[in-house]
Design a protein around this ligand. Structure first.
Ligand code: ADP
Length: 242
């Protein structure tokens, strides 16, 4: 697939006349670990909602040549667009392996979901390795520390074959070690996918972002490398305060 990129053009989301996303145009190529930052209320979550079919939007959001806007949520997931939320949405009573198995089977229909398998599918093994959860594969997801739950959720997107991952504050509430491990994980998975990270943690962004888009009042205020964005006086004025 050489068309793995996300190209947003003039995306607009309006709630009862209030413009939450005001004509956002941005392109995220494959292999680019893009951070989406901006003050509270800037429109970050709403923009992700628009891309994933959860907020009605105008404009265009292309994944390769496929238009995402106007499609139903499940179609967008099937196209390879995966999303996490601030609170991990894993099945707490099922094991790590079962969670991944369900995610892998999501495209194959509900009856296959919980069948007993004599062997673990290759894509599930691979995802376990990628997200570093091999040692806890048989533990119920509910007992995992916060960081590992987030990694499991990312693993679930990987086995679903997500080509674009939209991650909402993946390191919120994590320890310093978990943050560093998450950054390395994002680099690994981002090398061959398109990853957009909505983030408030500026240190984390400085360490791991390839590029940054700053939203303010629903519009793109600035875009570039971490250094470019940090040096932008408009960003300093409205956001970083440095
Ligand atoms: P961010 O994620 O950058 O903090 P949001 O996308 O959550 O910002 O919100 C952008 C703006 O849109 C905020 O002013 C918020 O109050 C408003 N907003 C978000 N969702 C809705 C909604 N469902 N109805 C009305 N206003 C909303």
């Amino acid at each position: 697939m050489n068309a793995d990129y996300l190209e947003l053009s003039d995306v607009r989301v309006t709630f009862d006349g209030f413009v939450a996303v005001d004509g956002v145009t941005m392109t995220v190529p494959r292999g680019d670990l893009r951070f989406l930052i901006g003050p509270n209320g800037a429109g970050k979550t709403t923009l992700v909602d628009a891309i994933t079919g959860l907020a009605p939007a105008t404009g265009s959001a292309l994944f390769g040549r496929t238009e995402l806007l106007g499609r139903k949520v499940h179609r967008i997931v099937r196209l390879g667009i995966g999303r996490t939320f601030q609170t991990a949405t894993v099945f707490e009573n099922l094991t790590v392996l079962q969670n991944l198995d369900i995610a892998a089977g999501a495209g194959r229909g509900p009856l296959t979901l919980l069948r007993r398998r004599s062997s673990v599918p290759a894509e599930v093994e691979e995802a376990l390795e990628t997200v570093g959860l091999v040692d806890v594969r048989d533990k119920p997801a509910g007992v995992l520390p916060h960081g590992q739950k987030q990694w499991l959720e990312i693993g679930m997107l990987i086995v679903q074959n997500a080509r674009v991952l939209l991650l909402d504050e993946p390191v919120a509430g994590m320890s310093a070690q978990e943050r560093a491990d998450t950054g390395e994980l994002l680099r690994r998975i981002g090398a061959e996918r398109t990853v957009v990270v909505v983030e408030h943690d500026m240190d984390f962004m400085r360490c791991f972002a390839d590029s940054v888009t700053v939203l303010h009042a629903g519009k793109v205020l600035s875009e570039g490398t971490v250094a470019q964005v940090q040096a932008d006086p408009r960003v300093q004025e409205v956001y970083l305060g440095t």
